[in-house]
Design a protein around this ligand. Structure first.
Ligand code: HEC
Length: 136
């Protein structure tokens, strides 16, 4: 996978680095038609952070080994699993935690995910502004 971009959340339960990855071919496809192709996977990895003073400046943050969780979206243009509560709105939605990597901790994308992704509805529920390589 290639690194699409990162965000840094300074405080709260989601604090740390949000690093987002996808398969390389999705970047090329997106640049052509502005869409993630069927089967494209987006992985957002949350890592804990530490901050300190470095020769570059004060309050410099870096990620640590503290993996918090992985949020995953898989593009489904064909609405393959209408009966499955974790599939809908053109995506499969999943959440994996480091202590139970085999289990999708999301039970229902409408309850667990999409409410927070509505602001990105115009870009297929993906917050694309943090992924400059899709536009270069
Ligand atoms: C509290 C609100 C909230 C919830 C709940 C939430 N997300 Fe997100 N998600 C966001 C925001 C905001 C971003 C982009 C900014 C960031 O990472 O802080 C994002 C980014 C992502 C990304 C990176 C791609 C993108 O849209 O930029 C994935 C993948 C993702 N979320 C999947 C999920 C899945 C799967 C669920 C449910 C299990 C979920 N999210 C639940 C708010 C949320």
């Amino acid at each position: 996978m290639v690194h699409l971009g990162s965000r840094f959340v300074p405080e709260g339960g989601a604090s740390g680095f949000h690093d987002v990855y996808t398969e390389r071919e999705n970047v090329e496809a997106y640049k052509k038609d502005g869409k993630f192709p069927d089967g494209a996977t987006l992985v957002k990895e949350l890592r804990a952070h530490e901050s300190g003073d470095f020769t570059t400046g004060e309050g410099v943050s870096h990620s640590t080994n503290g993996l918090k969780q992985w949020f995953v979206m898989v593009k489904d243009s064909e609405n393959r699993f209408p009966e499955n509560a974790n599939w809908g709105a053109g995506w499969g939605w999943a959440l994996f935690k480091p202590d139970s990597k085999d289990i999708n901790a999301s039970t229902d994308y409408e309850a667990d995910c999409i409410g927070c992704h509505i602001p990105a509805e115009a870009t297929d529920y993906v917050y694309t502004q943090a992924y400059p390589m899709l536009k270069e």
